[in-house]
Design a protein around this ligand. Structure first.
Ligand code: GCV
Length: 682
């Protein structure tokens, strides 16, 4: 009898729990209808397009779809013209993107109407912070998919090729067309022949999917690996060295994309080491790449331990150089002026550099947002950022328009996301972190998309079992809607339990996971310690960036400058970013700043508890493997949110000397214990 019950339970479980490890991402579905593809040409890219369409077709059985690689003025760059029975594009990659669009629409139930669909940005890149030894800076999903240490470090195995191909396919399916293969804290060895050979092998796998390979380079490579005495960008021997290196690279990888450079930033070498400017350095490299069509992405993430507010330094350094860069140089600017914090106002460099191409750098890997433990849908953050109005060329000069070529004449337009991909079976460490990779690609393709739409698409592609299911009221009400809502609220929740009201950079140590508002070891430069940012004292909390403080508000175009300066008009989400306010400052809702802070921390924690309920309730609609993994992550997130709340409230209470409102759950941890245990990387 026991045996029979056991068999029955097993049978029921196997029906309901179709195991999935997440490796197939949003590309799990295969079609069940046949389609006839008409295409006069054959090429690796077109062959992939054909195969994808045949494999995923869920439209009318036996329909015909024609691929037309044919110029059309309405179609820009990688764009395409879509209809029920044809995909037309200027390029073969455009046909492939059209195929993925058609399939996505079929799978998500979106109508396929005649339309021309052009990308917002010409270059849509992932930046991998992967090191040659296989580790990944700020990577939380295992080791690198490109590099490894050991005897077989340079062997290109069949497994490597399969993985790179899967990676390329996933990227192409969301429109990504470039990958920077290594960390911006680059090893000079990247440019040695062995590594270039491996780069070539990677580039060959990516190429048919329309993806170009790029490399991060170390500015001092000429002296470190080239045997030169200097790396001065104006030195003729250095110029010759880079010219020869570019020639060598392009002889191996004819479609090589170009270089990404972190220079004179966080200890990396750069032109300033030789008394030269960022423009001197970037232009020298740009000239070396120009004959081959390559570009230089030069990062503006610069700050030094000076008396100047860190948030102001990049603007101070780069705006005087506006107009001095070659047209194949793009200045890559992080979304906020500090460093990928849970929430920042946009960097004032956007829109301010009017004669220089500027590209946004977003961080997909969740360095400051719970790494691979917390469920945080970053699309909402990026949407807020892209839609922020800089006012630089009048109302409507959003960051999106200032960077995508709608406002400023620019030869190129680009956007980059720091990848969250590693060797983990599900690629990203957390099943929901896949949604951030997906969202980045979708927003890079169309910077006007809403996060709601992106979440809707991603959930359908990632979790639904069949098209039939997607159309049922049950699945929509019981799974789709609650999960969308959870995702849409998740960023807000995280801000609340980590750093509400404009607080920023109050992490412990340098792992950037748990709270550490107290963290300030003797001798450490102050701009690497949280008290530099929160400035808690007996009077109040926050960084005064108005004219009475650092005057960072002066870097924003009116009316933003006045709006941020005035505490009454400053959006509350940025209040403590721009103002140092007394603990009893009255918020718009009438609460004191201290009380509001307490409620925000508590609300964030309660939201995560709610996410746990949402997830537990959707269990019948998720395979067992992914269900349990997400459930466990949510439990840990909840415990950690509690720690964030306790740590921050108990720490700030030492300054505010006020009680935590009595209707809020009390802290469950002691501050002393929190400080002693300093929450490390999970
Ligand atoms: C790649 C932050 C991160 C560093 C990162 C740096 C950067 O400081 O903590 O790990 O280095 O940003 O973007 O260059």
């Amino acid at each position: 009898m026991k045996k029979i019950i056991g068999v029955l339970i097993f049978a029921i479980l196997s029906i309901s729990s179709f195991a999935e490890n997440g490796h197939n991402l949003w590309l799990r579905n295969t079609g069940n209808k046949s389609v006839n593809v008409v295409c006069v040409k054959s090429s690796p890219t077109l062959n992939i397009a054909k195969q994808e369409l045949k494999q995923g077709w869920q439209g009318v059985d036996d329909a015909s779809v024609e691929f037309r690689v044919m110029a059309d003025k309405a179609i820009k760059g990688d764009g395409f013209k879509l209809s029920q029975n044809a995909i037309q594009a200027n390029t073969e990659s455009g046909i492939l993107y059209g195929v993925y669009e058609l399939l996505r629409r079929q799978q998500t139930g979106e109508a396929v109407s005649d339309a021309v669909i052009n990308p917002s940005y010409e270059l849509r890149l992932l930046n991998h912070w992967d090191n040659l030894d296989g580790t990944i800076e700020r990577g939380y999903a295992g080791l690198s998919i490109f590099w490894r240490k050991g005897e077989d470090a340079l062997v290109v195995s069949n497994n490597d090729k399969v993985l790179w191909q899967e990676y390329a396919r996933a990227n192409a399916s969301i429109g990504i067309n470039g990958s920077v293969l290594n960390n911006v804290n680059a090893s000079p060895d990247m440019l040695t022949i062995d590594i270039l050979n491996r780069t070539k092998a990677i580039a060959e796998v990516l190429r048919p999917y329309g993806i170009k390979a790029y490399l991060s380079i170390k500015f001092s490579s000429p002296s470190m690996i080239g045997g030169l005495k200097t790396s001065d960008p104006l030195d003729p021997e250095v110029i010759k060295w880079w010219n020869a290196k570019a020639k060598e690279i392009y002889s191996m990888i004819p479609d090589f994309g170009g270089f990404l450079v972190k220079a004179n930033s966080e200890g990396q070498p750069g032109p300033q080491d030789f008394g030269r400017t960022h423009a001197d350095g970037a232009n020298m490299l740009a000239d070396a790449l120009r004959p081959y069509g390559g570009i230089v992405m030069w990062r503006a993430f610069v700050y030094t331990p000076s008396s100047e507010d860190r948030a102001k330094q990049a603007y101070n350094e780069f705006t005087p150089l506006d107009g001095q860069f070659r047209d194949n140089v793009i200045i890559q600017v992080k979304n906020g002026p500090v460093d990928f914090q849970p929430r920042e106002p946009f960097s004032p460099l956007f829109g301010a550099m009017k004669k220089t191409t500027v590209m946004p750098e977003l961080q997909i890997t969740q360095e400051y947002l719970g790494q691979s433990v917390h469920l945080v849908f970053l699309s909402t953050m990026w949407e807020e950022f892209l839609k922020s109005d800089t006012y630089q060329e009048g109302v409507g000069s959003t960051v999106a328009r200032c960077t995508d070529g709608s406002i400023f004449p620019q030869k190129h337009s680009a956007i980059a996301g720091v990848s969250n991909i590693g060797l983990d079976a599900n690629w990203c460490g957390h099943h929901f972190a896949q949604a951030n990779w997906y969202a980045f690609g979708r927003l890079a393709w169309n910077n006007q998309l809403t996060s709601g739409q992106i979440a809707d698409e991603w959930i359908k592609l990632t979790f639904q079992q069949s098209l039939k299911e997607a159309n049922t009221k049950d699945w929509t009400e019981n799974f789709l809607n609650p999960v969308i809502q959870m995702m849409m609220e998740s960023w807000d929740a995280t801000i609340s339990y980590m750093m509400p009201l404009g607080l920023h950079h109050i992490f412990a140590g340098d792992h950037h996971y748990g709270p550490g508002p107290w963290y300030a070891p003797k001798g450490l430069r102050s701009d690497w310690t949280p008290p530099y940012y929160h400035k808690a004292d007996s009077i109040g909390l926050g960084f005064d960036r108005t004219p009475t403080g650092s005057n960072a508000t002066g870097q924003y175009h009116e009316p933003l400058q006045s709006q941020f300066d005035d505490v009454k008009t400053c959006p509350e989400k940025y209040l403590l970013w721009f103002h140092h306010l007394p603990w009893d400052y009255k918020m718009q809702n009438g609460k004191t700043l201290w009380n509001e802070l307490c409620y925000r921390y508590d609300t964030g924690l309660q939201q995560v508890r709610q996410f746990q309920k949402v997830w537990d309730k959707v269990q019948p609609d998720v395979d067992q493997e992914r269900f349990v993994q997400v459930q466990n992550k949510l439990r840990e997130q909840c415990r950690n949110a509690q720690i964030w709340k306790d740590a921050c409230l108990l720490y700030f209470q030492q300054f505010s000397q006020r009680p935590i409102p009595y209707d809020i759950e009390r802290p469950v941890t002691d501050l002393g214990a929190l400080i002693k245990n300093d929450m490390g990387r999970p």
